[in-house]
Design a protein around this ligand. Structure first.
Ligand code: NIG
Ligand code: FE
Length: 399
C-alpha cells in the first residue's frame, strides 16, 4: 500500500502553525527558513515522518491525533551539554550571585565529585537530566565527558553516555586536573595518547576548552589533531571568557561547531562566515554567570550559521531547557523568535552534521513538539511558561 496509509501510521491534524524548517521540499510551506505551514497535518509512520502538508490534503492513516489548533515544531536539538557529573555546585552559584566572578576553576570541584561517584549513580544522574530535557521538548542531545580527566574516568563517562544520548563527545581536554598542575603538557600528552585510545571507540566528536586557564592554542591544536587522526570530528569551546584562538582554530580544523563565541574579533566572525563551522551560542551560560551575552545579530548579519544549546552543566549553566534558551536569545542576543527557533532545531542539527533531525519533512526522524500555544513565537513571548504539551521521539509519543 501507500506509505501514508501503512499500518501503525498516525495522522496529526489541526496544527494551526507547523515549523518544518524545510521550505524547499514541503510543498505547502511558506517561503523562509522556518518553512511554516498553516492549518497543517503530519503523518508519522514508524520512527519517521511519512507526509507533511496542508490539512485539507492529508491522506488517511491508521490513527488520528487532533492537535487542537496549536503549534508544532521539530524536537529541539541540544548540541552541547555536559551531563556526566556527580554532585552539584549550588554554593558556587550562590556566591557568584553575591558578586564572585565565574572562573573555570570550579570545574575541578565537579571532577572530584565525578571521580568519587559510582557508575550507577552517574548513569542515573544522566538519565534524570535526559528525561528532564525530553519533557521540555529536547529529542536529540549531545553530551560530553570532561569531569573524569583520567583514562578510566573519561572512558567510563563516554560508555555511560552512549547508552543514553545520540551524540557523544570526548572532552578529556576540559581543564588540567590537579595532579598535573605542574605538568600541563604532560596532561596534553595523556589526553592525546592513552586517554584518547581509551575514549575514541566510544565517541563521535573531540572537543577542547581553548581558553586562558584551560588550554592554549598550541595545546588545543594538538588535541584536535590527535582526535581527528583517530576519526573523531572536532568541535571547540571557543572564546567563552575572553578573546583567543579558539574560533579560528575551529575553522582551521573544519570543526562542526565553535561553541560559546562570546568574545569574537571581526576576523573571527569573518573566518566563521567563510566556513561550514556552526557558531553554537549558549545563553544559559551568560545568564548563570551574569556575563555579557554573545552578539547573535552580528554573526547572523555576517552569514554565520547559528545554533542555540543549553550547555547544561553544574557550573556555568545548569538549565536543561531549550525553551528558556530561545527566550533569552531573543530578549538578550538580538535574535528574532523565528531565528531562535530555527537555531534551536535545524541549527543544532547542523552543529551535529545531521540532516535526519531538526526538520519536519518526509523521511526525517519523527521528533515532534506540540505547544500549548498557537505559534512557535510564544516560546519567546511567554518565557518561563511550560508550553510543551506533547512530545514524539522517533515516532513514539513520549509525553
Ligand atoms: O561550557 N567552558 C567549559 N566548560 C563548561 C563549564 C563547566 C563547568 O563550569 O563545570 C562550559 O561552560
Ligand atoms: Fe560547555
Amino acid at each position: 500500500g501507500t506509505a501514508a496509509g501503512a499500518p501503525g501510521s498516525t495522522l496529526v491534524t489541526n496544527i494551526a502553525s507547523l515549523v518544518t524548517n524545510d521550505h524547499e521540499t514541503v510543498a505547502a510551506a511558506e517561503h523562509g527558513p522556518l518553512g511554516l505551514v498553516r492549518d497543517a497535518a503530519v503523518v508519522i509512520e514508524g520512527d519517521r515522518i511519512a507526509w507533511v502538508g496542508a490539512g485539507s490534503a492529508a491522506p488517511a492513516a491508521d490513527s488520528r491525533v487532533d492537535a487542537g489548533g496549536r503549534a508544532m515544531l521539530p524536537g529541539f536539538v541540544d548540541s552541547h551539554s555536559h551531563l556526566l557529573f556527580g554532585g552539584d555546585r549550588t554554593e558556587e552559584f550562590a556566591a557568584r550571585m553575591s558578586g564572585r566572578p565565574y572562573t573555570a576553576g570550579g570545574i575541578r570541584t565537579t571532577v572530584e565529585a565525578t571521580r568519587a561517584a559510582g557508575d550507577a549513580e552517574l548513569a542515573a544522574n544522566l538519565a534524570r537530566h535526559v528525561r528532564e530535557a525530553l519533557h521540555q521538548g529536547t529529542t536529540t542531545l549531545e553530551t560530553k565527558s570532561g569531569y573524569g580527566l583520567t583514562p578510566r574516568d573519561e572512558a567510563r563517562a563516554l560508555r555511560i553516555a552512549a547508552d543514553h544520548v545520540d551524540e557523544v563527545t570526548y572532552l578529556g581536554a576540559h581543564v588540567v586536573p590537579p595532579e598535573y598542575a605542574d605538568d600541563p603538557d604532560g596532561y596534553v600528552d595523556l589526553a592525546t595518547g592513552p586517554m584518547l585510545d581509551a575514549c575514541a571507540p566510544h565517541a563521535r566528536w573531540v572537543d577542547v576548552f581553548c581558553e586562558r586557564g584551560a588550554f592554549d592554542g598550541d595545546q588545543a591544536r594538538a588535541v584536535l589533531a590527535a582526535g581527528a587522526a583517530r576519526g573523531l570530528v572536532p568541535r571547540v569551546h571557543a572564546n567563552q571568557l575572553g578573546p583567543g584562538p579558539g574560533a579560528r582554530l575551529a575553522v582551521e580544523f573544519d570543526a562542526a561547531s565553535a561553541d560559546h563565541c562570546t568574545h569574537l574579533s571581526d576576523d573571527d566572525v569573518d573566518a566563521l562566515a567563510n566556513s561550514r563551522t556552526v557558531a553554537t551560542l549558549l545563553p544559559g551560560c551568560e545568564f548563570s554567570t551574569r556575563s555579557p551575552y554573545p552578539d547573535a545579530r552580528r554573526l547572523l548579519a555576517a552569514g554565520v550559521t547559528v545554533a542555540l544549546s543549553t550547555d547544561c552543566n553544574p557550573g556555568s549553566s545548569y538549565t536543561s531547557s531549550m525553551p528558556f534558551c530561545v527566550a533569552v536569545a531573543v530578549r538578550e542576543m538580538g535574535m528574532t523568535p523565528d531565528e531562535a527557533v530555527w537555531a534551536a532545531t535545524a541549527g543544532g542539527a547542523a552543529a551535529l552534521r545531521r540532516i535526519d533531525i531538526g526538520r519536519i519533512t518526509p523521511g526525517a526522524r519523527a521528533d515532534l513538539v506540540l505547544l500549548d500555544a498557537p505559534s512557535h513565537v510564544h516560546l519567546a513571548y511567554r518565557p518561563g511558561v511550560p508550553l510543551v504539551a506533547a512530545v514524539w521521539q522517533r515516532g513514539d509519543r513520549v509525553r
